[in-house]
Design a binder for this molecule. Structure first.
Ligand SMILES: C[S@@+](CC[C@H](N)C(=O)[O-])C[C@H]1O[C@@H](n2cnc3c(N)ncnc32)[C@H](O)[C@@H]1O
Length: 292
């Protein structure tokens, strides 16, 4: 869901050209350029000129919360207090997601990962590691977890771990709570609905073993990654669209190195592999396999 501007803009000051939209806060070219550079430097997020209004509306909420009078004041705050960077990134990130988004990935994950793993699960040393690399509010890792639960029945006694990471601490908090509006399960296929239980009024939650298979952590994909082992599958979906070409190419290179030989990479519907990645072979629509 896009973070929309809160409240109607009261027209107080506008020192931009007369063609510029009337705004509650002055928002100069320099404000935009400075904030866009911060987003790029800290999160790899490339904000083109076309994102000006989006940046304005998302950050106006923050200015109101902080009772600041202008974007210039906000820039000064960001320069003086590095802790504000976290709120800044939370405000500008786009977190749209849903259960079983791009469901062909989960059909593939079920047949090529979950079912073979279920057959091997009783054997010594059987373990499965999956990474949801920009998990937003958690619908993606919970989907992975219920797909595994359907095949394994009880995830509690099996060595299955799903790591779910995002840069945005606000959505991660929601993800870790594991409570969703009942309406969010509208696209959950029937065989999985029984893993969602009614909770607190109009909400649903998931079975304990489904939740406990997932570890939520803050991780900026631009930073060094703290992993010791490799993953059987990585879901890195609908985040590369916010990055520029060199950032994407570098990220895909690093993701590839983090996948076990024979393991899988799932990317978003409008994303593609930028750069040369000879270790990855196409294995279906936006699905890639690392060579064995
Ligand atoms: C549109 S959501 C995608 C959610 C989910 N993967 C899906 O496809 O439904 C993009 C997510 O990427 C996260 N993100 C953006 N830049 C990031 C970065 N540098 N490191 C980690 N996560 C980032 C955002 O906070 C946001 O939650």
């Amino acid at each position: 869901m896009l973070k929309s501007a809160a409240g109607a803009a009261a027209v107080l000051a506008n020192n931009e050209t007369s063609a510029a939209p009337l705004r509650e806060f002055e928002f100069s070219d320099q404000d935009f350029r400075t904030l866009a550079k911060l987003a790029y430097d800290h999160a790899g997020i490339a904000l083109s000129d076309g994102k000006r209004n989006l940046v304005y509306s998302r950050l106006s909420r923050r200015l109101r919360t902080l009772k600041l009078a202008s974007f210039r004041d906000y820039r000064e705050l960001l320069a003086a207090d590095p802790r504000e960077i976290e709120n800044f990134i939370n405000s500008i990130s786009t977190n749209h997601t849903k259960f079983f988004r791009e469901d062909h990935h989960f059909d593939h994950f079920r047949s090529r990962v979950a079912v073979p793993f279920a057959q091997a699960a009783g054997k010594a040393g059987a373990r499965l590691r999956v990474w949801s690399a920009a998990c937003s509010s958690g619908e993606e890792p919970y989907t992975i977890s219920v797909v595994l639960k359907r095949e394994l029945r009880n995830l509690a006694n099996i060595d299955v771990k799903i790591l779910a990471t995002d840069i945005d601490t606000e959505v991660l908090g929601k993800a870790a709570r594991g409570e969703f509006a009942a309406a969010a399960t509208a696209d959950v296929p029937k065989p999985y609905l029984s893993f969602f239980k009614p909770a607190n009024g109009d909400k649903v939650t998931v079975d304990d073993d489904v939740r406990e298979a997932i570890t939520f952590r803050r991780l900026n994909l631009m930073d060094p990654w703290p992993f010791r082992g490799l993953f059987d599958a990585i879901f890195c979906r609908n985040v590369m669209i916010y990055f520029d070409g060199p950032t994407k190419a570098n990220l895909i290179e690093r993701l590839t190195k983090q996948i076990k030989p024979g393991g899988w990479l799932y990317i978003g519907h409008s994303e593609s592999l930028i750069g040369s990645h000879p270790e990855l072979r196409s294995a279906g629509r936006t699905i890639y396999r690392r060579g064995e």
